[in-house]
Design a protein around this ligand. Sequence first.
Ligand SMILES: Nc1ncnc2c1ncn2[C@@H]1O[C@H](COP(=O)(O)OP(=O)(O)OP(=O)(O)O)[C@@H](O)[C@H]1O
Ligand SMILES: Nc1ncnc2c1ncn2[C@@H]1O[C@H](COP(=O)(O)OP(=O)(O)OP(=O)(O)O)[C@@H](O)[C@H]1O
Lengths: 216, 216
Amino acid sequence: KKQYAVIGIGRFGESLIRELVRMGHEVLAIDTDESRVQDIADIATQAVQADSMDDKVLRALDITSFDAVIVAIGEDIEASILTSLTLKDMGVRKTIAKAQNHMHGKVLAKIGVDIVVHPERDMAIRLARTLVSNSIIEHIDLSADYGIWELVTPRTLVGKNLQNSGLRPKLGINILAIKTGDSIEVSPPPEHVINKDDILVVIGPTRSLEKLNEMD
Amino acid sequence: KKQYAVIGIGRFGESLIRELVRMGHEVLAIDTDESRVQDIADIATQAVQADSMDDKVLRALDITSFDAVIVAIGEDIEASILTSLTLKDMGVRKTIAKAQNHMHGKVLAKIGVDIVVHPERDMAIRLARTLVSNSIIEHIDLSADYGIWELVTPRTLVGKNLQNSGLRPKLGINILAIKTGDSIEVSPPPEHVINKDDILVVIGPTRSLEKLNEMD
Ligand SMILES: Nc1ncnc2c1ncn2[C@@H]1O[C@H](COP(=O)(O)OP(=O)(O)OP(=O)(O)O)[C@@H](O)[C@H]1O
Ligand SMILES: Nc1ncnc2c1ncn2[C@@H]1O[C@H](COP(=O)(O)OP(=O)(O)OP(=O)(O)O)[C@@H](O)[C@H]1O
C-alpha cells in the first residue's frame, strides 16, 4: 500500500486521485479551492485546502514521507514550477508534474522533476494517428525500428491462413494473436484462417507493419 | 491527404492541429478567441474566428466536406454539446469530441458522437499504473485475460536463459523480445541469457504476467 500526494484537483488531478484510491493506495489531495477540496473529500484519504507554494504548509503535511507527489496544477504555470522546485529542494522522493506546454515541460525537466506529463498533447497525438489510419487500434513502439501493432485485418489477408499469408518470409512479421469477436487465439497455429473483421496482433519491423497496414 | 476541422484551440486542440499538419493533412482551425486563431494561423491550413454554435457559419465553412470534425472545446460544456449536436444534425461524416467529465462524456455518446476522448482522465489512469508498478513500462490489453507487457527484468530471472527460465511451461508466458540498452532482439533464441536491466516484452495470460511482475 503506497502513499501519494496530489496537488491540484483539476480533471487530471481528480482522475489520478480516484484511480490511485481505487487501486488501494492512500492519497492526500491538496488544492487552494475549498469547493474542490470538499468535492474530493469522500474519495481521497485526506483532503486539505492549502497553497502548495507555501513550504511551511508542505512540511506540516510531512510531504517528504510520500512515495510520490504529483503536481497537477494547470493554468498557473508559475505555481506549478515554484511548487515543483520546492518539492525537489525539500527532498521529496519522486516528483511528477503536468506541463501546460512545451516550454513549461522543458523547465520542469531542467529543475529535476522525475516524470513530466503532457496529457492533452499525448492524447491529441494518439487521436491524430487513429484518425489518419483508423485501422491501427493499439501499438507499442519497442524501439525506433520494431513495433507490436493491433490492427483490423487488411482486406488482402481475409481468407488466408498464417502459412499462406507469407507474412513471415516476405515481411518478417509474426502474428502473435488473432481476435475474432470476443474470443482471442494467442500463438495461433499455421492453419488458422484469418476472417474479415478479425483483429490481428502482430510484431515486426515498423516499416513492414506500415506496408501491412496499406495492404487494404 | 485528408481534411480535418478542429473547433477549439486549447492545449488538446492545438496539439491535434500540429500533429495532423505534421502528418501532411489539411486542417481548418476554428475558435471564438481571435488571439488563439492568430497564434495558430502559421500552422493550420486555414484559421477562422467563429462561434461553432452558429450553424450558418458552419455551413459557410462547408463543414460537411471534412473527413472528420473534432470538437476540442473544454470548459463550456454547453457549447461542446450544442456544437456536437449541430454537427451530427448537419450530417458531418465523423464527429469526435473531448469530454470534460463522466456526465459530459455520456451525453456526447448519447447524441451520437463517434469518438469521445477523455485526455486528462486517460493519462491520469496510465500514470497511476506507472506509479504503482513502475516496472511495467508499456502494455496492451489484448482481452480481459491476455496481455502484452513491456517490463523491467524481475530479479529472479537475471542470468537465466529463455529455456531454463521456465516461463512457458510454468506460466504460459512467451518472451517476444528483449531490449538490452539501445539494442533489441526480437524472437530471441532459447539460449539467449537475460541480463540485469534488460527490458522484456512478454505475452501471456494477464494473471501470469502479474505473477511474473511480482517475482522481484
Ligand atoms: N498554488 C496552488 N496550490 C494548490 N492548488 C493549486 C494551486 N494553484 C492552482 N491550484 C489548483 O490546481 C487545480 C488545477 O488547475 P487548473 O484547473 O488551472 O488546471 P487544468 O490544467 O485546467 O486542469 P485539468 O486539465 O487537469 O483539468 C485547480 O483546482 C487549482 O485550484
Ligand atoms: N463556441 C465556441 N466556438 C469556438 N471555439 C470555442 C467555443 N467555445 C469555446 N471555444 C474555444 O475552445 C478552446 C478550448 O476551450 P478551453 O480552454 O475551455 O478548454 P480546455 O479543456 O481547458 O482545453 P485544453 O484542456 O485542451 O487546454 C478555447 O480556446 C475557447 O476559446
